[in-house]
Design a protein around this ligand. Structure first.
Ligand code: ADP
Length: 166
């Protein structure tokens, strides 16, 4: 059984992420989406909320499950009986970071492979941070996030914007 892990902050999940999940899930028997704690980022949604949003956004994909972790990614991958990490790539700027990360993982755990999937052209500009920025200033994010999450994401971003102006 081929099991792949797709890790990320997913704060929040976007249509770009869902596109990667749909395509990657057709290549593996199981795809585990893993929400991780990124100490460098101050999240808009907490871990439990991000897991819940991801579950809602991937309800239509049968072989996908959502989990969270706060330790080492390599430990999580092995613990799940996987040897494959799937990451999405958008621009050259993603490449720098992803390349370093993949080599670091290879150095620590040579048995784990990182596989990259190129973004679909219609999502190449979509990022969680861009969506948060747009929604905070009242921009329309309806084409960029899963429809069932639109209200919750928009509202949270507006609450954040309101707190900032206090
Ligand atoms: P991280 O904090 O690990 O970068 P993200 O939630 O921002 O987590 O992204 C998770 C993964 O999804 C990363 O591999 C990222 O490059 C990829 N990704 C994000 N947005 C897109 C998109 N629009 N198209 C393809 N891949 C994407």
């Amino acid at each position: 059984m081929k099991i792949a892990v797709c890790p990320g902050s997913f704060d929040p999940v976007t249509n770009g992420h869902v596109d990667i999940f749909e395509r990657a899930s057709s290549m593996y028997d199981r795809l585990i989406i893993a929400v991780f704690r990124n100490p460098g980022k101050n999240p808009l949604f907490n871990m439990d909320e991000r897991v819940r949003l991801l579950k809602q956004a991937t309800q239509h994909i049968p072989n996908v499950e959502v989990d969270s972790f706060s330790g080492l990614l390599t430990d999580f991958v092995l613990q799940k009986d996987s040897r494959i990490i799937v990451r999405g790539l958008r621009a050259l700027s993603d490449f720098e970071y992803e390349f370093q990360r993949a080599l670091l993982i290879k150095c620590v755990r040579p048995e784990i492979e990182t596989v990259f999937m190129m973004t679909s052209s219609e999502y190449s500009f979509v990022s969680s941070s861009g969506i948060k920025e747009l929604a905070q200033f009242g921009g329309d994010i309806s084409k960029l996030v899963p429809p069932m999450l639109y209200d919750e994401i928009t509202q949270r971003c507006r609450e954040l914007a309101a707190r900032k102006t206090l």
